[in-house]
Design a protein around this ligand. Sequence first.
Ligand code: HAM
Length: 422
Amino acid sequence: MNLSPPRGTRDFFPEDMRLRTWLFGHFREVARLFGFEEYDAPVVESAELYVRKAGEEIVDQLYTFQDKSNRDLALRPEMTPSLARMVLQKGGALGLPIKWFSLPQCWRYERMTRGRRREHFQWNLDVFGVDDVTAEAELLAALVTLFQRLGLGAEDIAIRLSNRRLLQAVLADAGVADALFAPVCVLIDKLEKIPRETVEAELQSLGVDPGVINRVLQVASCTSLHEARGLIGSGDNGLDEIQRLMDLGAAYGFADWLRFDPSLVRGLAYYTGTVFEAFSTQGELRAICGGGRYDRLLSTFGGKDVAACGFGFGDAVIVELLKDKGLLPDLPAAVDDVVFAFSEELRGPAIQVTRSLRAAGRSVDLILEEGKRMKWAFRHADGAGAARLVLLAPEEWARGVVKVRDLVSGEEHEVTPEELVS
Ligand code: HAM
């Protein structure tokens, strides 16, 4: 039998789990600092939740199956549809706005590259009910706070920023119908990954003039808001919103992390306004996180739309980046005390000592093996990362004391069980 986990998935041995817990601790703490509440949903959802017809990669990558009642189900590839479903389910009973976060494991049958696998955990932060870039600004502030806590600065990370209304304005000028907006966005996003002729052919099959790409590329190559304004003029094209978000970024102190990048579209169909992705400035890795505004997702599920925006931040690329930069913490195993009884007659007292230490809140590893020697106990305590080794020996116990060895300083003392706890 092959003992590896399925390709693209991971086992989490205790040392891996320590790293995951450390990273999730930062995710949770930043969410708390920004007043987001945690939610969760099932990892298995109805497949129809993800059936979107815009040609997105994420839909092709679905893990789908039928259960024993022939229900069509899927492993969630992302959290946003589940969140939208939950918001719709509560309807008017939900006091808006809401700021919610989650840490779901997501599944995509993905082509594997560094930092991309078939399952990942994704920190999601979303705001529902705020129709203003103040929400995006707060999301980006949380994102930057997270990076800073991990030891990364504006010299390490660039947040590419655009607004889909810019592309919408270009497409409207070219006579592209509103109904085609989402599939055309998904195609334009593919320009970086597949040959231009393929994108052109697919545009044509949607009934869109392939020449539209020229105009899109012209706008996408703008390097400043000023230049983009010069090219497409004023109107409802998202440029003012980007400017406002940048101004808010200055108030929060993260303006220097932002890069206006009109070539950014994102590959998910549902975005309607701001879109952003964070990258390493060294450029070798794929996006660290991505998100944006999706004000019209609820109506695609038959509900009434509510303004919404958010982002997803995976646990894979960030770890690669921290590894490259030497910023991964050293996280050894750690317990407070190891308790060792020299002889089996002292197991009862050793259990008593262990119980009182645990009742006082200390983490204790009681040696369970019989007949082990002192040297073995020391090695074991070292491997467990213990701060102290507590020894119960017949002669000392007869005097009502135990031996405590401080494993950092090497000092040894005799103390009563009461003193041990205090
Ligand atoms: P996404 O861009 O598909 O957006 O994924 C967001 C992030 O999840 C990526 O930037 C990356 O960190 C991580 N990620 C995605 N796929 C993989 C993979 N195969 N392996 C490792 N990491 C991966 C969404 O999922 C949107 N639902 C985000 C969102 C939330 N938008 C609004 N709210």
